[in-house]
Design a protein. Structure first.
Length: 273
């Protein structure tokens, strides 16, 4: 059995017995962190970047597994973390939805513990191998690490500055460029190179990510959330939100309320065979 305590697995599971069982099993080979709901998980992910996330779909209101997955895939720092979705509801549509959102694998309760452990180890190994391959390629192409250090420093500073402007005016790109001590055109070249998007689109994506969380937590009306996030037009906010998530903000808010009720309908079962 291969043991690598340098790898960290985050378990997001509201069932206490299952969470404890998985933690004990995975801790034999890996560092393990756990969260009992989506809000705790997002708070942990602000400062941590695990090597794998084991994510239950039917988490307590207001953040289900799909919401967490969307956040991960739209956050550059977290987007490459492998995710295994876990669900007690065996549905082809649910599985397809999860895979379309970027999940790497899917396992249905009840499951065999050995099967889950193998899936976890395989994904972690793939991630580590890709990282090593990338590092070797960079080492061969770049005679020193100066350029990589500059890129890492830019991403760290840029994401920190953007976070401070996220709930401000929508036309904040010039201010961000000023904080970064560069011109707007230079800022755009860097963001296109490192994130494959413009600063404006990067900011918009983060605003919409926060909007989804606020709507699911019902932290105000649609109008209040739009204006608090710096949108000057509620209609423009609604158009952008629907384009990104496929539903209007009001529909998202109603869906979140319905998911709270659906949680109680999940069938009771033995989670591990």
């Amino acid at each position: 059995m291969t043991t690598n305590k340098n790898n960290t697995v985050l378990i997001v599971e509201d069932n206490e017995d299952l969470r404890k069982n998985l933690t004990e099993s995975l801790a034999i080979q890996h560092n393990v962190r756990s969260a009992e709901n989506g809000s705790v998980a997002l708070e942990m992910l602000k400062t941590e970047s695990p090597d794998l996330i084991l994510l239950d779909i039917m988490l307590p209101f207001p953040l289900d597994g799909f919401s967490i997955l969307r956040h991960l895939k739209n956050e550059p720092r977290l987007s490459l973390i492998p995710v295994i979705l876990v669900s007690g509801l065996k549905s082809d549509q649910i599985i397809m939805d999860g895979l379309k959102l970027g999940a790497n694998d899917f396992i249905v309760k009840p499951f065999k513990l050995n099967e889950l452990l193998l899936k976890c180890n395989n994904l972690i190994n793939i991630k580590n191998n890709l990282k090593q391959s990338f590092e070797r390629e960079v080492y061969l192409k770049i005679p020193n690490s100066v350029e990589l250090d500059v890129e890492a420093e830019f991403k760290k500073k840029f994401e920190s500055v953007v976070e401070n402007f996220i709930e401000g005016s929508q036309n904040s790109v010039p201010l961000i460029a000023e904080k970064m001590l560069m011109s707007v055109s230079t800022l755009e070249r860097w963001t296109r190179r490192l994130y494959n998007t413009t600063p404006k689109q990067f900011i918009l994506n983060l605003k919409l990510n926060k909007a989804e969380i606020y709507l699911r937590q019902r932290l105000g009306s649609v109008n209040e959330i739009a204006y608090n996030l710096g949108f000057n037009s509620v209609s423009y906010f609604c158009v952008c939100f629907k384009k990104k998530y496929g539903k209007t903000p009001k529909t998202m808010m109603r869906s979140a309320a319905g998911e709270k009720n659906n949680k109680a309908a999940e069938p009771e079962m033995s989670y591990i065979q």
